[in-house]
Design a protein around this ligand. Structure first.
Ligand SMILES: Nc1ncnc2c1ncn2[C@@H]1O[C@H](COP(=O)(O)OP(=O)(O)OP(=O)(O)O)[C@@H](O)[C@H]1O
Ligand SMILES: [Mg+2]
Length: 302
């Protein structure tokens, strides 16, 4: 491998004396071989979860996705849609019920969830990318059998948890140079007798983590409406180890919408080396992040 590097440098017409200065680096640097091996295995894939707060009028995330795609990078997008769903449930006068703070998804609610998530929100995002000159295909976890799910807890109704990810459709779209834009719905393939329907409502953060792990993404990025994870004294934490992240969950410092993000990061850690939680309200937050200049919280070892 080292000789190959030196040959490549020679082909670039690097003068011999400069080559000689590089020899000790290539021979002695203990990381060079590791880094080269890593680069060989790199998938170039990264998962971006777009939160409800980040697809407002002034958002630059879609522009950033197009720029990154044009630079040859491979984003995979998962989106939520909590606010739009609540708005439409109210407009359509669908009764809302909560169990221990969690929204119960009955059959009527599920129809609205599917229509708003996989329809309106998904298509708006895809249209936004296409209009900016990018290439995107919208789908849900049901399409291509991407996300197989089971009922999480019967009292919550049609709320599922992912039991299997079939990554085939994502790879097909990425190879076709399209950005997959994924709505968090699951396919309830093994539904039992007496259960209705084949669709389940999934948590978008959890789905982003499950997909990132399954495709061995290099990075999982949550774009949200805060500057990062705040400590018990309200300061944004720069970096969290696995144990520290678990501690924030048990102490309750990470609560509400932050819980599924931290849990997703922890579950993904086996194959995804780093998760970032960044402020999607900041102009070009995603681009800065991918250029190494992002601000926010890192969960992981890198
Ligand atoms: N320790 C913490 N640090 C920062 N934010 C926290 C913390 N604990 C709880 N939160 C809450 O988590 C919220 C982010 O999650 P939220 O579910 O509201 O947004 P999202 O997931 O980005 O969007 P959507 O749910 O619409 O997809 C923050 O606005 C904040 O209120
Ligand atoms: Mg949320």
């Amino acid at each position: 491998m080292r000789s190959v590097i030196l040959c490549q440098l020679r082909r670039l017409a690097v003068p011999n004396w400069q080559l000689l200065t590089l020899v000790p680096f290539v021979i002695l640097n203990p990381y060079s071989e590791d880094k080269l091996n890593q680069a060989k295995q790199s998938t170039g894939l990264f998962v971006v979860k777009i939160g409800g707060s980040t697809y407002g009028n002034h958002d630059t995330t879609l522009e950033d996705l197009v720029t990154l795609q044009q630079r040859g990078q491979h984003p995979v997008v998962v989106h939520g849609g909590g606010n739009a769903i609540s708005e439409w449930l109210e407009r359509l006068s669908v009764p809302v019920r909560f169990v221990r703070g969690l929204r119960v998804t009955d059959a009527g609610t599920l129809q609205v969830v599917v229509g708003v998530l996989a329809g309106m929100v998904n298509k708006e995002l895809v249209a936004g990318i296409e209009v900016l000159g990018g290439m995107a295909v919208g789908l849900s976890g049901v399409d291509g059998g991407l996300l197989q799910a089971e009922v999480k807890e019967p009292s919550l109704g049609y709320v599922g948890e992912v039991v299997q990810v079939d990554t085939g459709i994502i790879h097909t779209l990425v190879e076709a140079r399209c950005i997959p834009v994924i709505a968090p719905l699951g396919l309830h393939k093994s539904k039992k007798k007496g259960e209705n329907g084949y669709l389940l409502n999934l948590n978008a953060d959890t789905v982003a983590g499950d997909i990132a792990a399954a495709i061995r993404a290099e990075k999982l990025i949550f774009l949200t409406d805060v500057a990062g994870i705040r400590s018990n004294i309200g300061e944004v934490i720069k970096r969290l180890s696995r144990e520290e992240a678990k501690g924030l969950l048990t102490s309750g410092v990470a609560s509400g919408g932050m819980i599924p993000k931290v849990e997703a990061a922890l579950r993904a850690l086996a194959t995804v080396p780093v998760t970032r939680i960044i402020d999607g309200r900041v102009q070009h937050a995603l681009l800065r992040e991918m250029e190494g200049a992002g601000v926010g919280t890192t969960i992981g070892d890198r």
